[in-house]
Design a protein around this ligand. Structure first.
Ligand code: GCO
Ligand code: MG
Length: 403
């Protein structure tokens, strides 16, 4: 058995902040896990370094499920984004180790491939409808079969989802939270026009997605769903905040637009009622924020009973380690739906050499043993952590709103 003898935490900033755990075994085998919680990075680094790593030393790295249960039940304080991200990092690292010892890519340990690749969606953003359509056409030319559309809202100086850089959207942009302005009325007018223009320019053989980012009330979300229905959206994401999950019942009463939710969920308990009541179509919980491969498989198995499919979060704050884990999971899970893919910068990719790749609208984890991703710790050491916060959002009268 590979015995855990050490675990190192690297906090680095190759273009943006990432926290990475590397677990080291007595036979020299190592495994990596992503532990990045955007804007709250050091909390997870401390949770791991101060409270988790000491409990790992001496354990059998093959006992993935037992270690998961030990960290979850053993802490007494269950769930929460910090705890579950820390557990996820350990879980990913242990699957990586098991794959390396077995001489197999992780997806083979999860039952093997059930599809040729994971269909991904890219992000087309622009300050205007025309800019967004131009970006979407570029994605289509690159082979993407699914594209998320976000555009600036006329009259608003800044809007969620609209990047400074066309290809590398990065919302965590300031040492203290920057402030955005929001108007639901203006927003609800522009999005249907965006989708209409997109269908005219891109045709019907491409999936179009949209992220509301928790900004609407349930009845407003119902209205948006109805207005987008003629353009057949693949999904409407985070239509309303999900603390009150009954809100989704109200949305469902008004629209057949498919609903996706869950990028900020961290356990199966956040997903359970929405799935069992068939109030959503896609569950966006991810390996890194929802307890790792071990826990995400459990969520997916529950979802499968209700024809809910996966649509894992995959923004740039999920490091290439999380992306690799997501692809092994996605290739092997029966009810995979789609995977989000926001390209990392060249700096990020250099710090995290990886075997996964994109071709023809799909991604594949590659056939390297384990997760097929590593961290170059020497290169990582050249990029110093700097606090970077996500923005906040206010209505025009100054009221703090959901971001
Ligand atoms: C998405 C997201 C992201 C998040 C970011 C928060 O759907 O990709 O909503 O852009 O805002 O990942 O850390
Ligand atoms: Mg989102």
């Amino acid at each position: 058995m590979p015995k855990i003898v050490d675990a190192r935490i690297t906090v680095t900033r190759p273009g943006r902040n990432f926290v990475t755990l590397k677990v080291i075994c007595d036979d020299g085998t190592t495994g990596v896990g992503d532990a990045t919680l955007n804007g709250r990075e050091l909390a997870v680094a401390s949770y791991l370094g101060d409270h988790v790593v000491p409990c790992l030393i001496g354990r059998d790295a093959h006992r993935i499920e037992d270690i998961w249960q030990y960290l979850y039940k053993g802490a007494y304080w269950r769930r929460g984004p910090v705890t579950m991200t820390a557990i996820a990092a350990v879980d990913m690292a242990l699957w990586d180790i098991k794959g390396k010892v077995a001489g197999l890519p992780v997806y083979q340990l999860l039952g093997g491939a059930v599809r040729e690749g994971c269909t991904v969606y890219g992000h087309a953003n622009g300050t205007s409808i025309n800019d967004t359509i131009a970006a979407a056409l570029e994605y289509q030319a690159q082979g993407y079969k699914a594209i998320r559309l976000q555009c600036g809202v006329p009259g608003m100086a800044s809007t969620y989802g609209v990047s400074k850089d066309r290809y590398f959207y990065e919302p965590a942009d300031a040492a203290l939270p920057s402030e955005n302005m929001w108007s639901t009325a203006r927003y609800l007018r522009v999005v249907p026009d965006l989708f209409k223009a997109a269908r005219e320019a891109l045709g019907w053989d491409v999936h179009l997605l949209h992220d509301v980012h928790h900004r609407l009330t349930p009845i407003e979300a119902g209205r948006l769903g109805r207005d987008l229905e003629p353009y057949r959206p693949f999904w409407i994401e985070d239509a309303t905040p999900a603390e009150n999950q009954d809100a989704f019942r109200l949305i469902r009463q008004h629209t057949t637009a498919p609903l996706a939710v869950g990028e900020i969920f961290n356990s199966i308990w956040d997903c359970k009622d929405l799935i069992e009541n068939q109030l959503i179509d896609y569950i966006r919980a991810t390996v890194v924020h929802a307890g790792g491969i071990t826990h995400l498989r459990r969520i997916a198995a529950l979802a499968d009973l209700y024809q809910v499919r996966t649509g894992c979060h995959g923004a740039t704050d999920l490091s290439p380690v999380a992306m690799a884990a997501a692809l092994h999971f996605g290739l092997s899970v029966p009810n995979f739906g789609i995977q989000e893919y926001m390209r990392h910068t060249a700096e990020t990719d250099a710090v995290f050499p990886h075997a996964y790749g994109f071709a023809d609208g799909m991604m594949h984890p590659g056939d390297a043993v384990g997760l097929g991703v590593d961290i170059d710790e020497d290169l990582a050491a050249q990029y110093t952590y700097r606090p970077a916060y996500l923005p906040v959002n206010r209505l025009e009268d100054g009221t703090l709103w959901s971001w």
